[in-house]
Ligand binder design. Structure first.
Ligand SMILES: NC(=O)c1ccc[n+]([C@@H]2O[C@H](COP(=O)([O-])OP(=O)(O)OC[C@H]3O[C@@H](n4cnc5c(N)ncnc54)[C@H](OP(=O)(O)O)[C@@H]3O)[C@@H](O)[C@H]2O)c1
Length: 225
């Protein structure tokens, strides 16, 4: 990535071990620091995040950006979703966002610059029935609301906060059966790949997006048009 000189600093990629997050981390190269459970960091656990961020800050100072790419997907109608699954969906998609923001963003506010990118899902900002995965989309709607409110909270400190809402992004660990079933509804005529998301990430991290905040950028080949 062609990082401008003024954008020095590491990019913390939470969930950068596979899929979209791994593609983002690979694109950023040495600029990325990846956190996943496999590395002993649980984004749903505030203590785990506090410890990890203290180590990070000692080594690198304030991050330039936080990219949060964690969010388990569970497909089931609302009345067939048990309480444990509901809680797990909100823990993975919303609690992890909240705890990461609280652990990381104050350091960026103190540095008076930075970028936050969160991941929702295409359609989660549309306030309409999402029959395939209502709990997942409710959790992603909460992510969007948190992002927009935080964008307003930290804008004066020089931070931007935006959301990428992917459609069907296929990778070796994605929910391929469900994605293939929906493929006929994608106007672009193909599933997306993690590479399809990278341009939006580069844009949001780069100088052209200095004045862009509180936005949801959908990358879905037209699925939710
Ligand atoms: N792929 C799609 O089609 C699609 C569509 C719409 C939205 N999205 C959203 O886009 C984002 C990325 O999707 P993806 O398909 O790349 O996700 P993914 O394949 O499930 O990868 C998630 C990453 O997060 C890590 N992770 C999971 N739980 C964690 C936790 N509690 N603490 C720390 N790390 C954790 C995983 O590694 P460990 O298991 O090692 O922790 C993995 O590296 C997610 O928010 C997803 O909901 C994806």
């Amino acid at each position: 990535m062609n990082a401008p000189a003024e954008a020095a600093g590491k990019v913390l990629v939470v969930g950068g071990g596979q899929g979209i997050g791994a593609a983002i981390a690979a694109d950023l190269g040495e600029r990325a620091v990846v956190w996943t459970r496999r590395q002993g960091i649980d984004a749903t656990d505030p203590d785990s995040l506090r410890r990890a961020f203290a180590d990070f800050e000692r080594a690198h100072g304030a991050p330039y950006a936080l990219v949060h790419s964690v969010g388990d997907f569970h497909e089931a109608p609302l009345l067939q979703t048990d309480a444990a699954t509901y809680r797990a969906q909100f823990a993975s998609n919303v609690d992890s966002v909240f705890h990461c923001l609280q652990a990381v963003v104050p350091s960026m506010v103190a540095a008076r610059r930075g970028r936050v990118i969160l991941f929702a899902a295409a359609g989660a900002n549309r306030h309409r029935a999402m029959l395939r995965a209502p709990v997942y989309f409710a959790a992603k709607a909460a992510v969007i609301q948190l992002a927009i409110s935080l964008a307003g909270e930290v804008a004066a400190a020089g931070l931007t906060v935006n959301v990428i809402a992917p459609g069907l992004i296929a990778h070796p660990d994605s929910h391929r059966e469900s994605q293939d079933r929906l493929l006929p509804r994608v106007p672009a005529g193909r599933l997306g790949t993690p590479a399809d998301v990278l341009g939006t990430v580069r844009y949001l991290l780069g100088p052209d997006a200095d004045y862009v905040t509180g936005q949801v950028l959908t990358v879905d080949g037209g699925l939710q048009m």
